[in-house]
Write a protein that binds this ligand. Structure first.
Ligand code: NDP
Length: 252
């Protein structure tokens, strides 16, 4: 299927790498204009160049913004600029995320705050600004990338799990707040996906995870991007407040 997002304007946080970049590319292939947030300029430029290569209409626009999603003031200023330039954002994907794993006994306050701020406060930062124009437009799609860890918990990831469970509660609450204005808010919960985030894990951990995946393969960023595309498209106009788990059957 093509042209599922023709004429739409989308913002993908963390669109410079991994899952977020694949989501941005998938949106570009379907006709959307796409803005990405990240902190690495080299990767941001490369992502925009890749989107230019796969676009299907001359009207599509692509832009990157170097912004730390944890900082509310920076996010607010950047979104004001983007809204002034593009007049509306139809699709918001909150994907930027990090890990700083450690057992609770050894977890510093700094690592707790950083993970919660980048993964969860960021969602507040973007939604607080973009919910109002979406409500006024009586249309919008917000998709938050949580994790199966937010559903199951994981030893060594109290900070990450708390941030990802927090995203789920946030999503369900905002879905209830915005539903009367036809704005849908959902989560996608990836399982184990091959990106830089998971590359750093030791081989023994990777093998242990693989043995728990019924579909017997590690997921690819495109597996997540396809689910996000569905939720961002008109095919999902009657779906809100849900968590779509995309994990090869890991959590059944
Ligand atoms: P990557 O590490 O490959 O990419 C992370 C992205 O987030 C990068 O684009 C990075 O941009 C951006 N980012 C990180 N910190 C900030 C910040 N402070 N401000 C702005 N952008 C930031 O991770 P993945 O692609 O693997 O993960 C994407 C999302 O998917 C995350 O939310 C993650 O928790 C979730 N997820 C991933 C799983 C996996 O197995 N990979 C499993 C479950 C969930 P830059 O480098 O430019 O700063």
């Amino acid at each position: 299927m093509q042209q599922m997002l023709m004429g739409k304007n989308a913002l993908v946080t963390g669109g410079t790498a991994g899952i977020g970049k694949e989501i941005a590319l998938q949106f570009a292939r379907q006709g959307a204009s796409v803005a990405i947030f990240g902190t690495n300029e080299e990767r941001a430029i490369a992502a925009v160049q890749e989107m230019e290569k796969v676009k299907i209409s001359e009207n599509q626009k692509f832009a990157y913004f170097l912004v730390d999603v944890a900082h509310s003031k920076n996010v607010e200023e950047t979104l004001s600029k983007l809204l002034a330039d593009w007049s509306r954002i139809d699709i918001l994907v909150n994907n930027a995320g990090i890990t700083r794993d450690n057992l609770l006994m050894r977890m510093s306050e700094e690592d707790w705050d950083l993970v919660v701020d980048v993964n969860l406060k960021s969602v507040y930062n973007t939604c607080r600004v973009l919910a109002r124009p979406m409500m006024k437009a009586r249309s919008g799609k917000i998709i938050n990338i949580t994790s199966v860890i937010g559903l199951t918990g994981n030893a060594g990831q109290t900070n990450y799990a708390a941030s990802k469970s927090g995203m789920i509660g946030f999503t369900k609450s905002l879905a209830k707040e915005l539903a009367s204005r036809n704005v849908c808010v959902n989560c996608v919960a990836p399982g184990y996906i091959e990106t830089q985030m998971t590359q750093e894990l030791p081989d023994s951990v990777k093998e242990a995870v693989l043995s728990k995946i019924p579909l017997a393969r590690i997921g690819q960023p495109s597996d997540i991007a396809h689910a996000v595309l569905f939720l961002a498209s008109d095919l999902a106009n009657y779906i809100t407040g849900q968590v779509l788990t995309v994990d090869g059957g890991m959590v059944i």
